[in-house]
Design a protein around this ligand. Structure first.
Ligand SMILES: Nc1ncnc2c1ncn2[C@@H]1O[C@H](COP(=O)(O)OP(=O)(O)OP(=O)(O)O)[C@@H](O)[C@H]1O
Length: 301
């Protein structure tokens, strides 16, 4: 479990993280979202002791990272700036890390297999593609078999097969009871991977809830109706005070009523329906809606 209490980081006059308080629970994948510069990387760096908070604190299982007796066994991290010697093979990189932490050679073989790097394990890491480098970073994070994983943009550079692989891996690790905290810019991917979301903007928490609730609250679903008698139905529904939009002739987009109610009203008014479907907003819609005022570097139209 990761707990941040009033976590704040200032760089001179710049406040990167501004009084963040949140809990990342075990057993689920928690996504960490926010526009560029929102403070995600800084927060993750503080979790693993690479940056010290200006005020406040963040702990893993109740202990600050620097005070953990065997940190590699407790927290695995994949952060943006990695230090992998380009002349070293993946195997030797992992072995060196293992040897300084009392981890066996068998575990090195195990994580290489787990991330699918067997065919290139003896090749120099300097020749690796971005995707292979990500897999090596994930192997390093998993080496100590930690209960908590902190991953900053782990799907960065991965192809669709790699993205699918990491989604499956993260969900499996969470189902084993581990705490998984992962940032990503790929909204569609986060919608599929994360059960819970912590959304930040300008260093503050904007939302902390389940992915489903986040989408439902920030951008509610609308019901799409197609009918040769759209105008008649629209008139019947307006009496109920609902919002009705329309992008094309014969089509209504109705917010605030379920398909059941609309179907019943249509039947009562003798209106024929050719389509009656719920259109759920995407995580991207919800994210844009929520973070609109928190985007730091907005494009000028
Ligand atoms: N070492 C530093 N010195 C000064 N400012 C910094 C430093 N590190 C981060 N910042 C600033 O703090 C803010 C938060 O940065 P951070 O990298 O944590 O955001 P982020 O949410 O990870 O962004 P991105 O999605 O672009 O990676 C940014 O405005 C950034 O410019």
């Amino acid at each position: 479990m990761i707990e941040a209490i009033d976590l704040t980081k200032r760089y001179g006059a710049k406040t990167a993280v501004d009084g963040l308080s949140f809990t990342v629970r075990p057993g689920v994948v928690t996504g960490f979202l926010g526009p560029n510069g929102a403070g995600k990387s800084t927060t993750m760096r503080m979790i693993v002791g690479l940056d010290a908070p200006t005020t406040g604190a963040v702990t893993v299982d109740g202990t600050r990272y620097r005070e953990l007796p065997a940190p590699l066994h407790r927290v695995g991290a994949l952060l943006e700036a990695r230090s992998i010697h380009p002349g070293r093979s993946a195997f030797n990189h992992l072995l060196a890390l293992a040897q300084t932490h009392g981890i066996t050679r068998a575990r090195v073989d195990e994580v290489i297999e787990l991330v699918g790097l067997q065919p290139v394990a003896r090749k120099r890491a300097g020749t690796f593609s971005l995707g292979m480098g990500q897999r090596l970073g994930i192997a390093s994070a998993l080496l100590g078999d930690p209960d908590t994983l902190v991953l900053d943009e782990p799907v960065n550079g991965l192809d669709p097969e790699g993205i699918h692989w990491i989604r499956t891996l993260l969900r499996r690790l969470a189902s084993e009871g581990r705490t998984i905290f992962v940032s990503s810019h790929l909204m569609s991917e986060m919608a599929l991977t994360a059960d819970h979301l912590i959304v930040v903007g300008r260093g503050r928490v904007l939302a902390d809830c389940s992915t489903a609730d986040f989408i439902a609250q920030a951008a509610p679903a609308v019901v799409r109706v197609r009918s040769p008698h759209a105008a008649r139905l629209s008139e019947a529904l307006r009496a109920e005070g609902v919002t009705i939009g329309s992008d094309e002739p014969g089509v209504l987009e109705i917010a605030g009523l379920t398909t059941d109610v609309i179907g019943e009203r249509a039947a009562a008014a003798g209106v024929t329906l050719h389509e009656l479907s719920t259109r759920h907003a995407s995580l991207e819609d919800a994210f844009m809606e929520l973070t609109r005022d928190s985007v730091e570097y907005e494009a000028v139209a």
